[in-house]
Design a binder for this molecule. Structure first.
Ligand code: FAD
Length: 430
């Protein structure tokens, strides 16, 4: 038995990042215990899909490289339904579409269904004997994270065991986990692992809600609707997936309807539909777009500001999504350090929640896994040395991308419409 096999890694959160971390540690021979507060999202009886944030995501080279670093064949399997997006398609008020390519050499980001990706990663975990996944269990406490200065030799051994206390979200029963050697917190923006680390040491921490919410809407596949099409195939990389007939808009672009103070975006799904997200100030959601607004007022707002999108969506689907879907808040979290010695560390949104305008939250979380594993391997899985080095080397990059994400909101909702921007882009060849 290798020394890795005798160690158990406990991971809290079976979201996108927690699942990739579990695969990475399992591939290195560790026993992995993965805990998730929600039910298994593959269970057909569960209505958890509606609780998930954003239906599709943009996965970039950063995320793909990280998935490949864990297992190339696994990456091919979980990424098989990608829809490549080679640039932005900016829609003006008159329905004119302007293509802004991302790069000169066919560089692209890719749309993928969040739930499908999460389910595929869970399926990959099911194939491994050294991984145990426990759903419906919420972490409430980690004992013994702090080693007090009065620790003596007698209780030092005890203080090595960091017990995890969970509560069954269905049964309300308590579960104490004592066999874990090291804890990884991948439990999202409101991380309990982070709270536990904060109690054990002096963590610098900031959390900022922005004054904007998001709301998801949907443009159906063309065969679901009699609505007309706004398919623009003038870009060189016009169609790569499916058939032109299936999509009401060109699928190989990230569509933006920028309106300065707010914007609508749309990403293609492989079934021909588009998931649209409206990002707008809270003041708009409190007045014109309040839940109490009349159907006529809601339709009028969208027809005035996003006529070409509403033509494809139809009033009924617009109103159904508007009434049914939650308004999501957007939060930024920065903190440091990410670890307590070699006992526990946070990754993904637990360590660096960012607003979604750069499309990098999950991609960065995946990169956390790649970076952490590379450092740990370099130190032959000496967790204390590896975790400390990870915090030291990673925190500047993560702080920078949280800030860049915020700045890109201004670029997407406003700057892309300015003449200066368009001139600059055309000089650059985009
Ligand atoms: P999460 O996805 O939040 O998963 C955390 C998991 O931990 C959850 O399953 C949760 O149930 C579980 N959990 C929480 N607390 C506990 C507990 N106490 N015990 C046990 N389990 C627990 N990123 C991109 O890269 N590209 C995009 O295009 C993109 N678009 C986005 C669009 C929107 C509108 C939003 C809101 C975000 C977007 N993101 C995007 C960001 C991305 O969604 C997150 O960065 C990503 O989901 C983070 O993954 P995670 O696994 O760290 O956290």
């Amino acid at each position: 038995m290798s020394s890795n096999e005798s160690h158990t890694v406990g991971i809290v959160g079976a979201g996108l990042v927690g699942c990739l971390a579990a695969l990475a540690f399992a591939n290195e021979g560790f026993k992995v215990e993965l805990f998730e507060s929600r039910p298994d999202l593959r269970d057909p009886d569960q209505q958890v899909l509606s609780q998930l944030r954003s239906i599709n995501l943009a996965v970039s080279a950063r995320g793909i490289t990280a998935l490949r670093s864990v297992d190339e064949e696994m990456a091919d399997r979980v990424l098989k339904d990608l829809v490549p997006m080679h640039g932005r398609m900016v829609h003006d008020l008159n329905g004119k579409q302007i293509c802004q390519k991302y790069g000169l050499y066919g560089e692209c980001i890719n749309s993928i269904n969040r739930s499908l990706l999460n389910r595929s990663l869970l399926d990959e975990l099911d194939k491994l004997d050294n991984v145990k996944v426990t759903f419906n269990h919420k972490l409430i406490r980690l004992d013994n994270l702090k080693r007090s200065s009065s620790d003596n030799l007698e209780n030092a051994a005890n203080s090595e065991v960091v017990r995890g206390h969970f509560v069954g979200t269905k049964t309300n029963e308590s579960l104490t986990v004592e066999n874990v050697n090291v804890w990884i917190g991948a439990d999202g923006s409101y991380s309990q692992v982070r709270s536990q680390i904060q109690r054990a040491l002096q963590m610098n921490f900031s959390q900022e809600y922005i004054d904007h919410y998001y709301l998801e809407l949907r443009i159906p596949a063309k065969n679901e609707t009699a609505k007309s099409s706004h398919f623009d195939s003038t870009c060189p990389e016009a169609v790569e997936v499916g058939t032109e007939a299936k999509f009401a808009l060109n699928p190989n672009h990230l569509h933006i309807w920028p309106r300065h103070e707010y914007m609508l975006i749309a990403l293609a799904n492989s079934d021909g539909s588009f998931t649209c997200t409206l990002f707008a100030p809270k003041s708009l959601f409190d007045k014109e777009l309040a839940i109490s607004a009349s159907d006529a007022d809601v339709v009028s707002f969208f027809r005035t500001n996003f006529p070409s999108a509403i033509e494809l969506m139809g009033d009924d689907l617009l109103l159904e999504s508007f009434r049914k879907n939650p308004r999501g808040s957007l939060v930024c979290v920065k903190c440091s350090p990410y670890n307590v010695g070699g006992k526990a560390i946070i990754i993904g949104d637990a360590a660096h929640s960012m607003v979604p305008f750069y499309g990098q939250g999950m991609n960065c979380g995946f990169e956390d896994v790649r970076t952490l594993m590379a450092i740990l391997k370099k130190h032959e899985f000496d967790f204390e040395t590896g975790f400390n080095e990870y915090t030291e080397t990673r925190r500047k990059d993560l702080g920078a991308i949280v800030d860049l994400s915020m700045r890109n909101y201004q670029e997407m909702r406003h700057d892309v419409t300015s003449t200066a921007y368009l001139l600059r882009k055309s000089v650059d060849g985009f």
